[in-house]
Design a protein around this ligand. Structure first.
Ligand code: AMP
Length: 497
């Protein structure tokens, strides 16, 4: 008997333990956790999984979980969403206006796709990919950017037969295993625009204008485009030789990484941020002085078109971008505000990429905007945010029957485009009206037992306190008439092209 008692007591204890809230990590716990797993830094809250078992590979799965998103990754909480809604709105507007179609590709691709397109010797391929082998032994990577996936989808789905140019828009998360710091994350979000099948520089100019429109649409004013041409495979070869022999002659003055880059990817030395390399690069030969006739003419027309569009730009002869597939035009978008600067986006032509991946020769150009950086910039420059639609009506109920009727009424109001708030879970009318007050609604609708039986509703004006009882049939029209600024959501589907 005593044994039985002890057993059920410990069962109770176990159940209590499993249901207990996550514990704040004690210093001792975190220390031992860090010891076991050096990647665990910055103590957070620890919880013990209630499911104590061993998985198929015989690994114990009851070790404490760190209640924190992985390093370099962050959640976007409801309080931040006003900035993101503004971005979504600006992107949706721009991609439709400029005739783009949306495409969504997988965030996971075969690793070879990125290695072939972005190229060895780049930071992304050499250091930053999240790569792993699947249970089926496939080598895959989380996308570190969009263009390679777009090129793969273009070839896979035979898009070459579609009328050109093909304009594709995509947006989502990308992954780069870099050292996290302000504005540099391991998971960040990008919006990506690509135009495939056209080589005319007028499209380069139009794409740059589109980038500028999206950013302006967010309320960010002072931006600058940096532009360069890195030539085509013909003229670049000659230029690379010149560049290499220049840097060879200054090898002593280069940083450790750039000494290696001299062998693997000398163009990237121009992009090095180390002071001594910046000084050496200042005297390096410039690609725009060594362009072939075709590339020179392409660049000249692009600048003329940008002048026509009055897009502010500067030529940056050291701009090369961190990916190997670029040809001719490359550009980046920078904020011209004071303080620490980050690029807000960048892109360029990739006329040979589709061919390199096995498709037919297809000139193309694209760019990506760093959305987390745009949010940072919006905050820094205190842009004005669009006013989000807030409910102006609150639905309160008292009693079981009233609750049932309210559920139905809420749905009817939503169908009529009247944004309504409620707190169905609350019983007391007082606490419901307190919520209504806190939300700053104009009208409170109240249904009690009597109203529920009579199919009526009490309509209370929250500022004057005046109230009247109306029938359900007359309710929608009365609310629409009484709301200031006719605050009603359009329920008709939006027209799209
Ligand atoms: P990239 O093609 O590398 O120039 O990336 C395009 C844009 O994405 C950049 O201009 C940045 O705005 C943004 N971006 C790139 N890397 C990161 C990162 N690690 N964290 C946050 N934003 C990034």
């Amino acid at each position: 008997m005593a044994k039985k008692k002890e057993k059920s007591g410990s069962k109770r204890k176990r159940r209590k333990k499993a249901n207990s809230k996550p514990k704040k990590a004690s210093r001792k716990n975190v220390k031992s956790l860090k010891k076991k797993n050096p990647a665990v830094k910055n103590s957070g809250k620890l919880s013990k999984s209630p499911f104590v078992k061993k998985d198929r590979d015989n690994v114990q799965t009851d070790s404490p979980i760190l209640m924190q998103s992985p390093r370099g990754m962050h959640d976007i909480l409801p309080g931040e969403q006003a900035y993101w809604n503004q971005i979504r709105r600006s992107l949706d507007h721009a991609f439709l206006e400029y005739g783009f179609q949306r495409i969504d590709t997988s965030i996971l691709e075969y690793t070879d796709l990125f290695v072939r397109s972005i190229g060895k010797g780049t930071d992304i391929i050499d250091k930053e990919m999240y790569s792993f082998v699947t249970k089926g032994r496939d080598k895959v990577s989380l996308r570190p950017e969009f263009t390679a996936s777009i090129a793969r989808a273009y070839i896979q789905h035979g898009m070459n037969v579609l009328p050109k140019p093909i304009k594709l828009f995509s947006t989502g998360t990308v992954y780069r295993y870099d050292r996290p710091q302000e504005g540099r994350y391991r998971e960040h979000r990008q919006a990506n625009f690509d135009i495939l099948g056209e080589q005319d520089p007028v499209l380069d100019a139009q794409l740059i204008q589109l980038a500028s429109r999206v950013i302006e649409g967010l309320g960010i004013k002072n931006i600058q485009f940096q532009i360069n041409s890195i030539g085509c495979s013909k003229c670049r070869e000659e230029y690379l030789e010149l560049l290499k022999s220049y840097f060879e002659s200054k090898k002593r003055k280069l940083c450790h990484n750039c000494k290696k880059r001299l062998e693997t990817n000398p163009l990237r030395i121009l992009d090095c941020k180390e002071d001594k390399c910046v000084q050496v690069s200042a005297g390096a030969p410039q690609s725009i002085d060594h362009l072939c006739d075709e590339c020179r003419s392409h660049f000249k027309y692009l600048l003329e078109y940008l002048d026509e569009l009055e897009v502010p730009y500067m030529i940056n002869p050291r701009l090369v971008r961190g990916l190997n597939y670029y040809t001719k035009t490359v550009f980046e978008i920078w904020s011209s505000e004071e303080g620490r600067k980050h690029s807000l986006g960048g892109g360029g032509r990739y006329d040979k990429l589709i061919e390199t991946l096995g498709g037919e020769s297809t000139p193309a150009i694209g760019f990506a905007l760093g959305l987390d950086r745009l949010v940072m910039e919006m905050k820094k420059t205190k842009v004005k945010l669009y006013k989000e639609m807030k409910p102006k009506v609150f639905l309160a109920q008292l009693g079981e029957l009233a609750k049932k009727k309210s559920l139905r009424l809420f749905s009817d109001l939503e169908k009529s485009g009247i944004l309504t708030a409620e707190s169905f879970g609350r019983g007391s009318l007082r606490s419901q009206l307190r919520t209504a007050n806190r939300l700053g609604v104009e009208i409170a609708l109240i249904i009690g037992q009597k109203e529920a039986l009579d199919e009526t509703v009490i309509v209370k004006n929250m500022s004057s306190g005046a109230q009247e009882t109306v029938t359900r049939e007359k309710l929608v029209n009365l609310i629409k008439k009484n709301l200031k600024n006719n605050n009603v959501v359009s329920v008709k589907p939006k027209k799209t092209r």
